[in-house]
Design a protein around this ligand. Structure first.
Ligand SMILES: Cc1ncc(COP(=O)(O)O)c(C=O)c1O
Length: 391
């Protein structure tokens, strides 16, 4: 690749914390996990006056965190969960694995975020939860969603895989939702290769999350072996979804650097926007459904992904051109309800969620990471402009 899609920033600080953990006894669910959970909780309320931190429970992935959060909130068999089709498989998989049914509502054409205006009319007697996704690192309209949740007695599980850094209308992940779930997967802004965490302000939910991530047993290994041996009990059916101390040590040392890296991403996003618009004025145009070439900004974004919308029917040609130019790309996302398994299961015909489908057919994610150099970014912009004019 001449320009990678993503590069992680793990370096000497992370390596030296990781090495320290190797010399200790508990490599999982031990003191590093507890310290990271505390520090992430404090990070989420940074700068807030009277901001009591939420409880944070580390997990081995966001995918498992989403499932644990639904289980901890007793969402399951027979329940409906309203969610967005503009997301990764994990969101719907978690709903299905919990035994519930995903109900998709269409997204806002300018942001790709779940459209609160469409949520209330999708509520039925069986609806138990809303599962918004803070797509690309922009918070969904949590104020509007939490009003709907309150009126209809629903809980909210936020899929915040794309950012811990984000805020909109004074709201951060985990402040209005019952649980917010983060990802530390390899490509994420904060990473340990794989990893996740759930933030919640409910004590009972926290306790269940801690138990569910550890098989459903009453004591973790460090509880059992920390002093005199203590018996454990199997209290409910759980999963093996621990965050390890090795991963927690990598994550904790990245937290103080998160805002500087977010700002670097922001400058890159701004340059992409201004340069691409200058070179391709068509990106500023809006389709009949209100989808334009660039995503509208809402609040403080983590800038996890930078996406553009290609001309209709020209996305795959542009992807192929960027591939030929050795530029790393991704598609986040093709509308999830159209993918094979969900088609077989739910039979939602194309045309049902037209805005998500249009975005899903047109979207391309361009290289985005804090150390992307100006010259590499110019290479990407040149290749996009060239590919656009050819398509
Ligand atoms: C929107 C969204 N939700 C959930 C996940 C799952 O995260 P993880 O890989 O940590 O399970 C991802 C991962 O890419 C994601 O993009």
């Amino acid at each position: 690749m001449s320009v990678d899609f993503y590069r992680h920033q793990l370096g000497d600080d992370e390596a030296s914390e990781w090495r320290k953990v190797i010399g200790t006894t508990f490599l999982t669910l031990g003191p590093q996990v507890a310290a990271f959970e505390r520090t992430l909780g404090e990070y989420l309320v940074r700068g807030r006056e009277n901001g009591a931190p939420p409880a944070v429970v580390g997990t081995n992935s966001c995918s498992m965190g989403l499932l644990l959060a639904l289980r901890a909130l007793d969402v399951g068999e027979g329940d409906e969960v309203i969610t967005t089709p503009m997301t990764f498989a994990s969101t719907t998989n978690a709903i299905l694995l919990a035994g519930a049914t995903p109900i998709f509502v269409d997204v806002e054409p300018d942001t790709g975020l779940i459209d609160p205006k469409r949520v209330e009319s999708a509520v039925t007697k069986r609806t138990r939860a809303l599962m918004p996704v803070h797509l690309y690192g922009q918070l969904a309209d949590m104020r509007a969603l939490s009003d709907i949740a309150r009126r209809n007695n629903l809980c909210i599980v936020e899929d915040s895989a794309h950012g811990i850094e984000i805020e909109r209308d004074g709201v951060r992940p985990g402040e209005l939702g019952d649980a917010a779930v983060f990802s530390f997967y390899a490509t994420k802004n904060l990473t340990s290769g794989d990893g996740g965490a759930v933030a919640t302000r409910h004590k009972d939910v926290e306790e269940r999350l801690r138990r569910l991530r550890n098989h459903g047993v009453s004591k973790s290994a460090s509880d059992r072996h920390g002093g005199t041996y203590q018996h454990w009990d199997l209290v409910e059916l759980g999963y093996k979804a621990n965050l390890t101390d090795l991963d927690a040590s990598l994550l904790r040392v990245q937290l103080p650097k998160a805002e500087a890296k977010r700002k670097a991403r922001e400058s890159i996003a701004m340059r992409y926007e201004s340069e691409l618009l200058r070179r391709i004025p068509e990106l500023g145009e809006t389709s009949s459904r209100g989808v334009s070439g660039l995503v509208a900004r809402r609040g403080r974004s983590s800038h996890h992904l930078f996406t553009i919308h290609a001309k209709s029917d020209k996305r795959d040609a542009l992807l192929a051109h960027l591939g030929e130019c050795s530029i790393g790309t991704a598609v986040n996302y093709r509308a999830i309800h159209l993918l094979t398994y969900l088609q077989k299961l739910l039979h939602i015909p194309r045309g049902t969620l037209p805005i998500a489908e249009e975005i899903g057919d047109r979207t391309i994610s361009l290289p985005m990471f804090p150390t992307l150099s100006e010259s590499a970014q110019s290479e990407v912009i040149d290749a996009v402009a060239q590919g656009w004019s050819m398509s």
